[in-house]
Design a protein around this ligand. Sequence first.
Ligand code: PEP
Ligand code: MG
Length: 539
Amino acid sequence: MQRKSSPAQEWEQFLIARQHVDEELAHLSQTGSTLLSDIFHVHREILHDKTLTDSLQRAIESGQSAFTATRQAFAEQVQIFQNLSDAYFASRATDIRDVGQRLLAYLDGVSLAQQLDDLPPNTILVADDLTAFDTTHLSVKNVTGIALAGSAPTAHTSILARSLGLPMICALGPAILQLEDGQQAIVDGIQGRLFIEPDEETLHGYQEMQERLRHFRIAAEVHTHEPAITGDGCRVPVRANINSREDVLLVANIGAEGVGLLRTEYLFQQRTTLPSIETQVEAYREIMHYFPGEVFTVRLLDIGGDKPVQYLPQPAEANPFLGVRGVRFLLQESHILQDQLNALVHLAVEEKGKTPIRVLIPMVSKIIEIHRVLAALEQIPNMAEVRYPGGPLQIGIMVEVPAAALLADKFAPLVDFFSIGTNDLSQYTLAADRVNSAVAALASSLDPSVLRLIAMTCEAGEKAGISVGVCGEMAGDPSTIPLLLGLGVTEFSVATPSVALIKHAVRQTKMDPARHLALQALQCSRAQDVQQLLKRFSS
Ligand code: PEP
Ligand code: MG
């Protein structure tokens, strides 16, 4: 943009723009949820940040326009934050870019909000990344889905998109930016899949699903605070998967009966050093208090694979998903395991039995791993106060490696509950990397091979008298609920926007037809056949 006026006039223009953006942010922070209010509060702080303002003023005084100076000053700050190794600070780069865009939109006289408003109906927005600003200005009536080359599930954008109920897939890689305007696509936020120019059958299937979901959601939300009981009286707990501290801000009102999976990786990833026992206790306690008296399931650190922690020593591995992740890593770095167990025992003792605390061990494949985790637990003082048959501290395993499902009858007597991780169980059963889009279609959780492993796990759980939950993404799809109940699953844990839907799906299910459906599915040869069965069952 060309200089048109004196430095004094350019500075004046900047101050007017800043005033305007400040008022806009103040207004937004009063009209949104607590989460949005927090975000816009941070944005106002960035807007008045002294380092930014000083460098901007210097650039204007040296002859640049307000527009160019703003663009450069914000771009430099974004770069600095992006380069920080701390994931939490690196993600703040998005907030800085967001504030910069607001200022530039004003200075340029082009309202980005207007541009987003002008998108045609049924748009799937494809972008490198979106800022919180963009996301709050998306018109849900025009945008039906989001596909991002970058971003991450803990970024503000993802949290906001979830709160808007918009299907979104992130981290698809730069190739999606080559897509052309007007191409037809489907975003399946449940399975994390993007279909470009889908064939008629796929398109039709998804259109039907979308319409069914719309009706379903309306009915579901009315009853979200009521328990989920099947049509023939079976009570099925539906809990929330929590992936970050921010996630919990969205769950206060969704009717989740506790936490079925706290992915503790967030706590380790948003820092530059290991969290102390005290820091962990505080972090877990804060989330637990959103669900007073309800089951609180904390998964032990599951890093490795697609979940790196930059400051922890993990040599590069050729096949990281098959490498040192989950419990394998914890047993190697036993001080990390010990600290996390200590924090959880501390929390359980402090709660004096008011809240059942479940410890969930990830990526288990060998019996010896359970023995070793239990031995580590034995070493914790006070452990006996909370860990006894029927006591408030329970130990369970993620059944997400086929070996654990195949030996479920051997694992069951050693633990208090099973939680089936269908995301990993599918990738390992079908040997299809869950982050490789080239094999995404192979890794269907509905594949009969996966269903047989789920059935084996349920059978072993039932014999041992322990609960068997599903916490993988599969449980967030209402159409799979009769099948999973029929296979013997006794509880679910799902992403927060799905809680109401899944409770509703449970209420619509009766156990006898569900068992019959499961028997039929177990006899199928292909995932597509199971899909057809589910369609027929729900129609
Ligand atoms: C799973 O594997 O299904 C699961 C719930 O764990 P994550 O997705 O965190 O690996
Ligand atoms: Mg997993």
